[in-house]
Design a protein around this ligand. Structure first.
Ligand code: ADP
Length: 534
């Protein structure tokens, strides 16, 4: 029972109320004398423990207010009333009282104190049970509310977690896709570069090698050494041992037996090093460099052929110059010898002198023949003329000319008519091109703009021309007149025969060679060639 609950006694006649209060107090129960309005207020406030009313007190109630207060009680509350009645009382039947007051106990007067006390006690017990039921209900409601709140919180948490989880899943899917993309990119790159990746442990033992590794024998990768050419194996292992011992990059070329044939491979590797300096892994690539080596061999062979031909041509030009220079004195010797022979012819005797002059004449003629033959041979050359693709010739010559260090940093531009075929000795025409390109490269060496432009163009159905234009200072005026004559050079280490050899070669091919100053500075050297239908 709530501490605010009061046991109210309403007995308007005489000293009835205080007597009842005293009786109850004697039995240990506290009661208060109250008015009808007090009882209605207590019902309204939910503070009525029980009300003891005498039947005549019913007349003092505002019945509407009482019935409204009783009707407005909360569900748990059923305020108990004890009505002390006489057998007959002012129109109030038991039924009417029960319907108005609800929880009502009738106690007939005259009343024994024990009956009153026991009636009041049972009403108070009933009220206490109601209160307990109320607090139980309240506790249940609050537990339910807490439960509902908990459920709501849980639901929110679950929703948040689910959302976080789905975000994490989406992020994971993105990461996996990025990973797949990057793996694919890596794979394509590896496939495109034609390099086979491999890894080795810190001690240099092969762990894995990419799919590009062709192993026709199906041997395990640990047996890779058996595929390396016996002559290259020791050198390769030594380089690898040096690299692993010194934690230094590794590069080595060696031959590998692939599909029954030997091909050159280049292996490179670098260590991944931990912060303490120890090697975590070696990462390397294996590349088939057979084509590159073949091309390099071919280039070397072409270079040596060119050097050889250059020497021959230089000697030929010198011989031709000598022949030219010797021709006049030889003609003079022949004339003098013949004049002397004519003078002696009419003279008797002098047989030995006549014989000597005859031999001198014959040998001078022979010397003349030798000289003529040498000149013929040089100008004609023992040329091997065959149809050749002019663009290809220019490309090869440019490749050769641009190899050396002096040519680095030069902007070489090609403007080629790709449909030109010429009938030439390849080596000789390459020699001409090489000579013009080297001169051009030397002339732009100190220039601010270092550009060389090679152009090929058809000038008629039967002729075409090649020009090499450079951005250098141009040909020195003093040299311009005698540019194609031998031994004219402005270089301290030059021989001055390159252009004269070129002239000999081009003219022997039925073409012309020329020089002109380029508009805006620089030199243009050009030559023409005979075309053949391609
Ligand atoms: P060399 O290069 O040995 O001197 P060349 O006969 O090839 O012999 O050239 C003769 C000279 O012509 C060169 O020394 C140089 O003075 C001049 N010459 C040739 N090509 C050029 C050029 N592109 N620009 C300027 N001068 C050139």
């Amino acid at each position: 029972m709530s501490t605010a609950d009061r046991l109210l006694i309403l007995a308007p006649r005489g000293r009835d109320a205080p007597v009842i209060v005293a009786q109850l107090a004697a039995a240990g129960t506290t009661a208060v004398v109250a008015s009808a309005a007090d009882i209605v207020d207590a019902v309204r406030a939910g503070e009525l423990a029980a009300a003891v009313i005498t039947d005549e007190a019913m007349a003092t109630f505002d019945l509407d207010a009482l019935s409204a207060a009783l009707a407005a009680q909360p569900a748990w509350s059923d305020s108990p009333f004890l009505v002390l009645t006489r057998r007959e009382f002012g129109g109030w039947t038991r039924a009417r009282l029960a319907s108005l007051l609800g929880n009502v106990t009738m106690l007939e007067r005259p009343l024994h104190t024990d009956v009153l006390v026991s009636g009041v006690r049972s009403a108070l017990r009933a009220r206490t049970r109601q209160r307990r039921a109320q607090s139980y209900l309240l506790a249940r409601e609050s537990a339910e509310a807490q439960l509902a709140e908990l459920a709501a919180t849980l639901e929110t948490r679950v929703e948040e977690r689910t959302e976080a989880l789905s975000r994490a899943l989406i992020e994971r899917a993105h990461t996996q896709r990025r990973l797949r993309d990057s793996e694919e990119l890596y794979r394509y790159t590896i496939e495109l570069t034609a390099q086979t990746p491999w890894t080795a442990d810190a001690d240099g033992r092969l762990i894995a090698i990419g799919p590009g590794w062709v192993n026709p024998s199906g041997r395990p990768i640990t047996a890779w050494q058996s595929l390396v050419h016996a002559d290259d194996l020791a050198g390769m292992l030594a380089s690898w041992a040096i690299a692993t011992a010194g934690v230094a990059p590794f590069i080595c070329d060696f031959r590998v037996a692939v599909a029954g044939r030997l091909s050159w491979c280049r292996s490179r590797a670098a260590p991944r090093v931990a912060p303490d300096g120890s090697v975590v892994r070696w990462y390397g690539t294996l590349e088939d460099i057979d084509d590159r080596r073949i091309a390099a061999d071919k280039l070397r062979q072409m270079q040596s052929e060119l050097i050889h031909v250059s020497r021959l041509s230089a000697m030929g030009t010198m011989a031709s110059t000598l022949a030219h220079e010797l021709n006049q004195p030889l003609t003079a010797i022949t004339n003098y010898v013949r004049g002397s022979r004519r003078l002696l012819a009419d003279q008797p005797g002098f047989a030995a002198a006549k014989h000597g002059l005859e031999e001198a004449d014959r040998n001078a003629v022979r010397a003349g023949d030798i000289i003529r033959r040498i000149r013929d041979q040089v100008t004609r050359g023992d040329a091997q003329r065959q149809p050749a693709d002019l663009s290809e010739l220019v490309g090869e010559a440019c490749g050769l000319a641009m190899i050396d260090a002096r040519s680095s940093g030069i902007d070489l531009r090609l403007d080629l008519d790709r449909a030109l075929t010429v009938l030439v000795d390849r080596i000789q025409i390459q020699q001409v091109l090489l000579n013009l390109l080297r001169n051009a490269a030397e002339s732009v060496a100190a220039a601010t703009v270092r550009r060389i432009t090679v152009t090929t163009v058809a000038t008629s159905t039967s002729r075409c021309q090649v020009t090499v234009r450079d951005s250098g200072p141009g040909v020195a005026a003093a040299l311009a007149e005698r540019l194609f004559e031998p031994f004219n050079t402005s270089k301290s280490d030059g021989m001055g025969i390159g252009l004269s050899i070129s002239k000999t070669i081009i003219e022997a091919h039925g073409g012309l060679i020329w020089h002109e100053a380029a508009a805006g500075g620089g030199a243009i050297f050009g030559f023409s060639l005979v075309r053949v239908p391609s």
